[in-house]
Design a protein around this ligand. Structure first.
Ligand code: COA
Length: 211
């Protein structure tokens, strides 16, 4: 049944893909991509989920065939990667991000590319002219990001990030982190372990297993 639905929506998405390729002749790729994801974000229900999946599987470097992207969610970067069985809830905003397999994002999660998109050392020219940096953010496999969290740094594998958290520093594997800014309250493997110091042991990587 799912395969039939995927086939139908692979056809249904063709006009959007044609429009996307036409827009790319007129606009920078990133702008054309985010324009199309805004349009597709507005399609409700299961039809929207299948349409977005069909679009991302043909436009992103990798998008797992069982991924689910919720209503109102916008991907702003065409280099984003979405692993197998990833769930992205409604109203998320995602930049240049790698979501490894089995990642769960609740509603309203923002994943932006670091904290320094705009340098502001100088006061004699506008901030918008001072450049900035956009490091890719990776959320490791099997991590769950709670409702309305803001993620500005890498999250390791098998982590839990509490609702409303603000992640400013990399979170190591198996950590549970909550609050603003996010602090580690325990590790899933060893809930009673000391959380005062830790090392980041997850090396963010691209997803290579395109199927
Ligand atoms: C983080 C979470 C998973 C709880 O994890 P837990 O390991 O069971 O943590 P605990 O409930 O034992 O809480 C540990 C401490 O963190 C605090 N805490 C828990 N969640 C918090 C949050 N989201 N923000 C701030 N503090 C939080 C608790 O108050 C507690 O503090 P204390 O030790 O000072 O009393 C849960 O609170 C949460 O945020 N879930 C996300 C829910 C969500 O977003 N659902 C959307 C649909 S998917």
């Amino acid at each position: 049944m799912k395969q039939i639905a995927r086939f139908i929506f692979a056809l249904a998405v063709l006009p959007a893909l044609v429009f996307y390729w036409m827009l790319r002749l007129l606009l920078p790729k990133q702008r054309a991509f985010s324009d199309l994801t805004q349009c597709l974000a507005l399609v409700p229900g299961i039809a929207g989920e299948y349409l977005r999946l069909a679009f991302f599987r043909r436009t992103l470097p990798y998008c797992g065939q069982n991924a689910c992207i919720g209503f109102g969610t916008i991907f702003s970067h065409p280099a984003a990667q979405i692993g197998e069985n990833v769930y992205v809830g409604p109203y998320c905003i995602l930049g240049d991000v790698t979501l490894e397999k089995d990642v769960l994002l609740a509603s309203g999660v923002s994943v932006a590319n670091g904290t320094n998109q705009h340098f502001f050392e100088r006061t004699d020219i506008p901030i918008r002219l001072q450049g900035g940096e956009f490091p890719r953010i990776t959320i490791g496999e099997d991590s769950w990001i709670g409702e309305r969290a803001v993620v500005l740094a890498n999250v390791g594998r098998h982590c839990v990030i509490g609702a409303g958290a603000l992640v400013l520093d990399s979170i190591p594997d198996y950590a549970i982190a909550v609050g603003v800014p996010a602090k580690i309250v325990k590790f899933r493997q060893n809930p009673t372990a000391e959380t005062g110091s830790f090392t980041q042991n997850h090396s963010p990587s691209a997803i290579h297993h395109q199927s």
